[in-house]
Write a protein that binds this ligand. Structure first.
Ligand code: DX5
Ligand code: ZN
Length: 236
């Protein structure tokens, strides 16, 4: 049984995106990132409809589940979303996030995720207004802010992400001050050692990193080396 810690083992949570892993050796890859200190496995689901790419589904989630004990963080880039949610919950997902534009009934979809025993979250694209959060704060365990347009790994962080992170952080703190539940603020896309400091200072507590982790040269300590460096720069 995977338990999700209330606070990360270190100051931030790191969620390597397996989009940049070697898909021919996925079991080995997820074991390696867990051994190297990852807090979550970020699992990117793309449907060639909501985004122009096609990746992995519940069968692959189920296949990697026995290889790790850390939570699997499923990021749905699919439209429509509802039919896939029970399949991912059954396949061992612990966190399920989706893009609000891709659901007809956002409130209902969030409730469904929680009823299935998973943490629920909304994902905001670079041009998606933060107002989407307004009437569902009570139903959120996580907000995932895209630092790039979704669909591909290895893109550059869009600078406007930092201001948006600050805006969402403010909403989360106001919600907490009013007695609301904790909500994680995760950022996805373009996170590297040279920008993670400003990303965390702008309010992120959870960082996805795909190409930065899986592209890490062995000479720099491989996955463990880059994750150590990401944490170090995040706290400078
Ligand atoms: C993009 C995905 C991201 C992506 C991040 O649509 O949601 O998770 O893999 O990759 P990097 O860290 O390489 O930008
Ligand atoms: Zn993602």
């Amino acid at each position: 049984m995977t338990t999700i810690p209330a606070t990360p083992a270190s100051s931030i949570r790191l969620a390597p995106s397996i989009l940049s892993a070697d898909f021919a050796r996925l079991g080995e890859e997820v074991r390696a990132i867990q051994a190297a200190g990852a807090d979550l496995v970020h699992f990117d689901v793309m449907d060639n409809h909501y985004v122009p790419n096609l990746t992995i589904g519940p069968l692959v989630c189920e296949a990697i589940r026995p290889h790790v004990s850390i939570p699997i963080d499923v990021h749905l880039m699919v439209e429509p979303v509802d039919a896939l949610i029970p399949l991912f919950a059954k396949a061992g997902a612990n966190i399920i996030t989706f893009h609000p534009e891709a659901s007809r009934h956002v409130d209902r979809t969030l409730s469904m995720i929680r009823e299935l025993g998973c943490k629920a979250g909304l994902v905001l694209n670079p041009a998606t207004p933060v107002d989407w959060l307004d009437h569902v704060m009570d139903k959120l365990d996580i907000v995932l802010l895209m630092g790039v347009n979704p669909g591909f790994g290895g893109q550059k962080l869009i600078p406007g992400t930092l201001g948006k992170l600050r805006a969402v952080r403010q909403r989360i703190e106001a919600h907490r001050a009013g007695g609301g539940q904790p909500i994680w603020l995760e950022v996805d896309g373009g996170v590297k050692t040279d920008n993670i400091g400003e990303i965390v200072r702008a309010g992120a507590d959870t960082c996805v990193a795909g190409s930065a982790v899986f592209g890490a040269p062995d000479a720099d300590g491989g996955y463990a080396g880059v994750m150590r460096e990401l944490r170090r720069r995040a706290t400078l």
